[in-house]
Write a protein that binds this ligand. Structure first.
Ligand code: NCD
Length: 331
C-alpha cells in the first residue's frame, strides 16, 4: 500500500475525543466517534481494511464477537445500503440491532428533540449510527451521549463509512490509493464526494471535479485536498478528462436538497455514463457510484468489467463489520 507520510496531516480530531466530565466528577475518556472521515488517521483506515480483508477471507472469523452487543440505527432520512449493510454487518458479528428508519412510529413524531431521542436510545445500545438531513446533528448527539456515534450520512456534509468502503474498493482494484479520481455529478450536495475527497487526498489521490458550476465541489473541500498535496482540476466536461482518470466516481443529483433553480433531470439532458462514453474510457479505468443511481449510469453498462458499483456496495458489509469491531473496542 502506498502511503505518503507528507499527506497524512490535517487530521481533525472531533470534539467527541476530548475527555468528558462524568457525573461522579472523575475524568473519563469517552470512546471516540466517527463524525468526519478525518476523525480516523491513515493508519486506522488501513487497519480497518486489514480487518475487512480477514472477514472477506473467512466470513465467520469474527462470528459471535459482538454477542450481547446492541447496535442502534437512528435514521431520519431514507436509506437502503447504509441501514441494511450496518444491520447485516452486526448480525454477521452475532450482535443485535434496534432502531428506526422512519420517525413516524417514534416519539419524534410527538415533537421529541433529537438530543432526547438519541440520549435515551444510547442507554439501550452500545454503538449508534445516525443518518440525519442537518449538518451538525451527529455532533449534537455525540455531545449528549456516552457511547460511540457513527455518522451514517449527514445532510450535504459527510458520509465517512461510505468513504471507507469506497477507498477499500479502490484499494482492492489498484492495490494503491494514489489514483486520479474523476468526481462526476452533484459534487455540491452529495456527501460521499466530500468525505472521499478529504480522505483520498491524504493517501496521495488527485481529483478532476466534473460538474456544472452550480453543482461544483465546495471550496472548503478543494482547499483541504490541495493542502494535503492533491492536484485538483475543475471542469464541466466529462469527455475531455476521461483518459486521465483511474476512477470515474459518479453521483446522482440530490433532488431532496437541490435549490429550485437547478434542473433535477440534469442527466437526462447531459452526458450520462453509457456504452458510448465507455468507448472513450481507458480499459483500466473503473466506474464507481455510492448508489442509488437514477439517470446517470445506464444499465446497459452493468456487465462491463469496469463497472464496480455493485462490488462497491457489497464491500459495505465487511468494511462496516470492521468499523463496528473497531468502535466497540473489540478489534
Ligand atoms: C448515498 C447517501 O445517502 O449519501 N447513499 C448511500 O448511502 N449509499 C448517496 C445518495 O443518496 O445519493
Amino acid at each position: 500500500m502506498h502511503l505518503d507520510a507528507q499527506r497524512c496531516c490535517n487530521i481533525r480530531i472531533s470534539q467527541t475525543q476530548q475527555p468528558t466530565l462524568e457525573k461522579n466528577n472523575t475524568m473519563t475518556k469517552k470512546p471516540s466517534s466517527l463524525i468526519s472521515i478525518n476523525d480516523l488517521t491513515n493508519e486506522q483506515v488501513l487497519s480497518l481494511f486489514k480487518t475487512a480483508d480477514e472477514i472477506q477471507q473467512d466470513k465467520n472469523h469474527f462470528f459471535d464477537t459482538c454477542k450481547n452487543k446492541i447496535l442502534a440505527l437512528l435514521f431520519f432520512e431514507p436509506s437502503t445500503r447504509t441501514y441494511f449493510s450496518f444491520s447485516s454487518a452486526m448480525h454477521r458479528l452475532g450482535g443485535s440491532v434496534i432502531g428506526f428508519s422512519q420517525t413516524e412510529s417514534t416519539s419524534v413524531a410527538k415533537g421529541e428533540s433529537l438530543e432526547d431521542t438519541a440520549k435515551v436510545m444510547s442507554y439501550y445500545s452500545d454503538l449508534m449510527v445516525i443518518r440525519h438531513p442537518e449538518i451538525g446533528a451527529v455532533q449534537k448527539i455525540a455531545n449528549v451521549t456516552q457511547i460511540p456515534i457513527i455518522n451514517g450520512g449527514e445532510g450535504a456534509g459527510e458520509h465517512p463509512t461510505q468513504t471507507l468502503y469506497d477507498l477499500y474498493t479502490i484499494y482492492k482494484n489498484f492495490n494503491r490509493l494514489d489514483v486520479t479520481i474523476g468526481l462526476y455529478g452533484d459534487l455540491k450536495f452529495s456527501r460521499p464526494n466530500h468525505s472521499l475527497m478529504l480522505a483520498a487526498s491524504r493517501f496521495g489521490a488527485n481529483f478532476v471535479c466534473i460538474a456544472p458550476d452550480e453543482l461544483q465541489m465546495p471550496d472548503s473541500y478543494i482547499e483541504t485536498a490541495k493542502r494535503d498535496g492533491a492536484k485538483v482540476t475543475i471542469t464541466d466536461n466529462v469527455k475531455t478528462h476521461l483518459k486521465n482518470i483511474d476512477v470515474l466516481y459518479v453521483s446522482r443529483l440530490q433532488k431532496e436538497r437541490l435549490p429550485s433553480n437547478i434542473d433535477p433531470d440534469y442527466f437526462k439532458h447531459n452526458t450520462a455514463v453509457n456504452k458510448e462514453l465507455l468507448s472513450h474510457m481507458n480499459e483500466t479505468t473503473i466506474i464507481m457510484h455510492p448508489l442509488p443511481r437514477i439517470d446517470e449510469i445506464h444499465r446497459e453498462i452493468d456487465d462491463d468489467l469496469r463497472a464496480k458499483y455493485f462490488e462497491q456496495a457489497a464491500n459495505g458489509v465487511p468494511v462496516r463489520m470492521a468499523v463496528i469491531l473497531f468502535y466497540l473496542g473489540i478489534k
